[in-house]
Ligand binder design. Structure first.
Ligand SMILES: [Zn+2]
Length: 154
């Protein structure tokens, strides 16, 4: 490769990096960003004069995004251990449970296994939590079979 061949690549790389940074640049200086300018002129409300409203709108879209990412997941408290885990029923006998680090550390069942020298990672689920999930379904807090679209169906 000669230096002359490399030059356009470097130039292109610099431009794509600029684009990348530009997309994250959501501050006041939109002058150089036609995409943002187009959005503002296309009738999207400008909340610059109403910061509280702007914050609410921003929060709502964050919530939307979170709902999308955790589609069908419902927070269920283990009534025995008092930890919250994300649960999604995929069908009878098929429950997806997402333990976060804090929950798996605080779960009394898992700590018991650890204290007796066992491997809590091998334990499938806290049996107390299984009861709590049943209660959540009975109370209508959790769908028996999640109606959220499953990415595996198709
Ligand atoms: Zn537990």
């Amino acid at each position: 490769m000669t230096p002359r061949d490399q030059a356009p690549d470097v130039d292109q790389l610099a431009r794509s990096m600029l684009r990348l940074y530009g997309a994250h640049d959501d501050h006041d200086d939109h002058a150089g960003n036609p995409e943002v300018r187009a959005r503002n002129f296309s009738g999207a409300p400008d909340f610059a004069s109403d910061p509280a409203r702007a914050a609410a709108v921003r929060e709502a879209s964050l919530r939307d995004r979170e709902r999308y990412l955790t589609s069908g997941l419902v927070s269920v408290d283990c009534r025995f251990c008092h930890v919250a885990v994300q649960v999604k029923k995929l069908g009878p006998g098929h429950t997806s449970v997402q333990w976060n680090t804090e929950a798996s550390q605080r779960c009394a069942y898992f700590s018991e296994i650890r204290q007796s020298g066992g491997d809590s990672a091998r334990a499938k689920a806290c049996p107390k939590l299984a009861d709590s999930i049943k209660h959540a379904v009975a109370e209508g807090c959790l769908e028996e079979i999640s109606s959220a679209p499953s990415p595996g169906d198709g």
